[in-house]
Design a binder for this molecule. Structure first.
Ligand code: XUL
Length: 526
């Protein structure tokens, strides 16, 4: 019987499992379940609940717990769960779960003969969890900034200037608007530490990677920042527990999973982390200049850096599971903008790709600032694309101008942060489009290769688990060695840059000028 390693990823819309063979690191099984389709009783759309106020975006944590139960039932039918030696996980970042004072006791006493969800349903002091799409915390971000001495100080301490989706301001809003429920709260967890707690039957620490998305962690000392916590809510620190490194083994899989699904009593529980830090591992980012491009509804670009980079305003700095720095840039207008321009010209994705094939790098100076929806980076509140040198009437020119605008925007942030890409690894639904990767390669001027694994965060969680398990006495493995064994074979052939390098420089410069003047003119109100 082979030893197995289990990695899970609870993303916004689904729960995914990736299982590795612990002898080789090869993926032996993977499967996903979609929250809307498979747990319809929770009433989510695309994994979230929206109310009257568009700024408020929540999800039911009970749904994530029930999904975990369902996933183990399915895994039991597919693999021998008795061979699982270690479990780790990944989750959407920033979301927060609020639990009462009996949480520790309830976790310890879970009855394997009854479903998980029913046993924890009364533990939540807030029935829904705000998630990373929630933007309801402007007042709380302003208060945090004022308490710490300004946005730049917040960025220096916590890695990011006040960001609406970050957890500290989200906690502050809850404590301020629902003080009685806050008083009843004994534990605040991230989505990652909440699910890790369910696996181990004991409250799990928040890891440094996901903890960096809270505005509560001092990134240089890797401990909670007292003044930041004090500015967010009274008594917050005692509700958080101590943060831990991303390879911490904090327990074993609880008797609930042993007796209900047959996991061994010795199976280790490793801390969970955020999807981006996990994905950095799953994509095999191992040193300076390794850059990830995650192409989805929004586009995210992140890198690992050995020394602390200067992240430009609007960017984020996290800690990576390898204990390096993880600068991250998230533009809201990813597939969102690509779909908008595709639909505007009545194209399908083949027609979209054809438009990219028929036009030339640089687009003869025609460019679009792709702000079809309000943008995070740069902060643009009033939506509307800004076209330079064209009027959007030529479909092929319009399509290329949007995609080059997106890539130039990300390239500009990397340049400003002093990050020189040496290779790019792409993931996410839109990474299946080869022409899109060609534009990325031409603008970033490095080869771009795509991961063949659909969920690189679940893979990264499994690889973290594998390393942590190996390190407990079997064979201490370096990050490079686990990534070479488990991640590298899953990276497809690279798309090489073909355009003249001066075209890329000209494009990024032109983008920078256009963005500055659009923001200054207020044509798109920042
Ligand atoms: C990163 C962020 C998103 C979520 C998506 O800061 O908000 O990438 O982690 O799951």
């Amino acid at each position: 019987m082979p030893d197995l390693v289990l990695g899970l990823d609870s993303s916004t819309q689904s729960l995914t499992a990736v299982v590795l063979d612990a002898a080789t690191g090869a993926v032996v099984h993977q499967q996903a379940l979609n929250f809307d389709a498979e747990l319809p009783a929770y009433g989510t759309r695309n994994g979230v609940l929206r109310g009257k106020d568009p700024a408020v975006v929540h999800a039911p944590p009970l749904m994530w717990a029930e999904a975990l139960d369902l996933m183990f039932a399915r895994l039991r039918a597919a693999i021998d769960l008795g061979c699982v030696r270690v479990v780790a996980g990944s989750a959407q970042q920033h979301g927060s779960v609020y639990l009462g004072r009996t949480w520790t006791q309830t976790l310890a006493g879970l009855d394997p003969s009854r479903p998980l969800a029913a046993q924890i349903a009364n533990e939540f002091t807030r029935p829904t969890a705000p998630v990373w799409m929630d933007t309801s915390t402007a007042e709380d971000c302003a208060a945090l900034s004022a308490a710490l001495g300004g946005d730049e100080v917040v960025a220096r301490i916590t890695g990011s200037a006040p960001a609406l989706r970050f957890t500290g301001p989200q906690i502050r809003r809850f404590a301020r608007t629902e003080p009685k429920a806050w008083a009843r709260t004994g534990h605040v967890a991230l989505v990652s530490s909440f699910l890790a707690s369910l696996i181990a039957g004991t409250p799990a620490p928040i890891d440094h990677g996901d903890g960096s998305g809270m505005h509560l962690l001092d990134l240089s000392t890797r401990s909670w920042h007292l003044a930041a916590a004090g500015a967010c809510a009274d008594g917050l620190l005692s509700r958080l527990g101590l943060p831990a490194t991303s390879t911490t083994v904090f327990g074993t899989v609880s008797s609930y999973w042993q007796r209900r699904y047959g996991l061994p009593a010795s199976a280790l529980a490793v801390v969970w982390s955020g999807d981006n830090p996990n994905s950095a591992i799953g994509l095999g980012l191992s040193g300076d200049g390794d850059v990830a491009l995650s192409l989805g509804t929004s586009d995210t670009c992140f890198a690992v850096a050995i020394s602390r980079p200067q992240v430009p305003p609007g960017g984020n700095l996290f800690l990576s599971p390898t204990a390096d720095w993880l600068p991250l840039f998230c533009i809201a207008n990813g597939s969102l903008a690509r779909e908008a321009v595709r639909d505007r010209h009545g194209l399908d994705w083949d027609g979209f790709s054809d438009a990219l094939r028929r036009t030339r790098p640089g687009n003869a100076g025609r460019l679009t600032l792709p702000w079809f929806a309000p943008e995070i980076l740069p902060r643009v509140a009033r939506a509307g694309p800004v076209r330079i040198g064209h009027d959007g009437s030529d479909p092929a020119v319009d399509v290329r101008s949007v995609v080059e605008g997106q890539m130039a925007s990300l390239a500009l942030r990397l340049r400003t942060a002093g990050i020189r890409p040496r290779r790019v690894r792409a993931t996410g639904g839109a990474a299946a489009n080869r022409e899109l990767l060609q534009v990325a390669a031409d603008v970033l001027r490095v080869p771009v290769a795509r991961s063949q694994v659909a969920n690189t965060a679940a893979l990264g969680a499994a690889v973290r688990a594998w390393k942590a398990w190996s390190d407990t006495g079997r064979e201490v493995r370096g990050w490079d060695s686990v990534m070479v064994a488990a991640c590298a074979p899953l990276i497809g052939p690279a798309v090489e840059p073909v355009a003249d390098p001066t075209i890329s420089t000209g494009l990024i410069d032109a983008y920078a000028r256009a963005e500055a003047s659009a923001l200054a003119a207020g044509s798109a109100k920042a």
